[in-house]
Design a protein around this ligand. Structure first.
Ligand SMILES: NC(=O)C1=CN([C@@H]2O[C@H](COP(=O)(O)OP(=O)(O)OC[C@H]3O[C@@H](n4cnc5c(N)ncnc54)[C@H](O)[C@@H]3O)[C@@H](O)[C@H]2O)C=CC1
Ligand SMILES: O=C(O)C1=N[C@H](C(=O)O)C[C@H](O)C1
Length: 273
């Protein structure tokens, strides 16, 4: 049996951080080597298992991200854009795998990862679930099959604590639809309707974000034409779908050349070159 890999988890107290730590702890292919939180967080210094309300895991939560990442084979990171760029630098210094689930990154923030891709194996996706990554491929195919008599709308719904919109997943789906249609998303995206907007512009890809309660993540891609609508839908009812994808990525990246990959690479769903 192959050796158990060491995994550090950032944002340890977060919704995804806790889900990831539980799954890493239950895995026989990896073990938790570090639990990282932001400086000043009240979990710093506590055993992470106890802080999560369970039994001790023998790992104290630390704000020394550089040391925790240096002692890992992979860092799994679902935090915030500025923190993620810093963690990429540490992952590059350590020459390890950096799995990035953080969303809400601007184009400049994504570009800021570039210098680190020569030393770190970065796997980044706005959604790490198998279902959503499959849905991007379906979206691309449907968009390629239909002309712009079919208005494309991406509708997403999330819990009331989510800080970014549109969601990373919505943008992935929008990119897939634009790719299928042979256009650039930045040329056709309609992200903020309010007031007298005028009639819908033919060829636009629209985005709508719903925020409420504890919705984990729901995405529709609607193709609406005169007389009919096609709706492709993904509903996440448990955060483990994202965490399972992230663990798969951490394993897939071991021994892989440094670079910038996505979940389609990990899942073998990329289009043939
Ligand atoms: N790609 C995917 O499949 C998924 C992505 N996400 C994304 O993951 C991110 C986190 O989501 P949640 O867990 O719901 O948020 P959350 O707010 O529950 O957790 C974020 C955690 O990151 C910590 N953090 C912030 N800055 C830090 C720093 N400098 N060092 C260490 N820790 C730091 C916070 O203290 C917090 O505990 C969001 O961007 C979200 O959109 C969420 C679910 C799935
Ligand atoms: O913040 C979340 O919760 C989620 N974020 C990701 C996104 O922005 O698409 C993935 C998932 O939908 C949950």
């Amino acid at each position: 049996m192959s050796q158990s890999i060491r995994v550090a988890v950032t944002g340890a107290s977060g919704r995804m951080g806790q889900t990831l730590i539980s799954l890493v702890n239950a895995s026989d292919r990896m073990h938790l080597s570090g639990a990282i939180e932001r400086p000043g967080h009240d979990w710093i210094g506590r055993d992470v298992g106890e802080a999560m309300g369970g039994s001790a895991l023998g790992i104290s939560v630390t704000d020394d991200a550089q040391a925790a990442i240096a002692g890992a084979d992979a860092v799994i990171d679902f935090t915030a854009p500025v923190a993620t760029i810093q963690f990429a630098e540490f992952a590059a210094s350590a020459g390890i795998v950096h799995v990035i689930g953080t969303t809400g990154m601007t184009d400049d923030e994504i570009a800021a990862l570039d210098p680190f891709t020569s030393k770190a194996t970065i796997i980044r996706a706005g959604n790490m679930s198998l279902g959503v990554n499959l849905l991007t491929q379906l979206t691309k195919r449907v968009a390629a099959a239909l002309d712009d008599d079919y208005d494309i709308e991406v509708i997403e719904a999330h819990h009331n604590q989510k800080v970014d919109a549109p969601s990373g997943t919505a943008l992935m789906l929008g990119e897939a639809a634009a790719e299928g249609r042979g256009v650039k998303l930045s040329d056709v995206a309609d992200r903020g309707r309010d007031g007298i907007t005028g009639a819908r512009k033919k060829g636009d890809i629209g985005f709508t974000a719903i925020r409420g309660g504890d919705i984990i993540g729901e995405h529709d891609v609607m193709f609406a034409a005169a007389g009919e609508r096609i709706i492709l839908r993904h509903v996440a009812s448990d955060r483990t779908v994202f965490a399972r994808g992230a663990l798969k990525a951490a394993l897939w990246g071991q021994g892989r050349a440094p670079g910038h990959y996505d979940m389609l690479d990990v899942l073998g769903l990329s289009d043939p070159a």
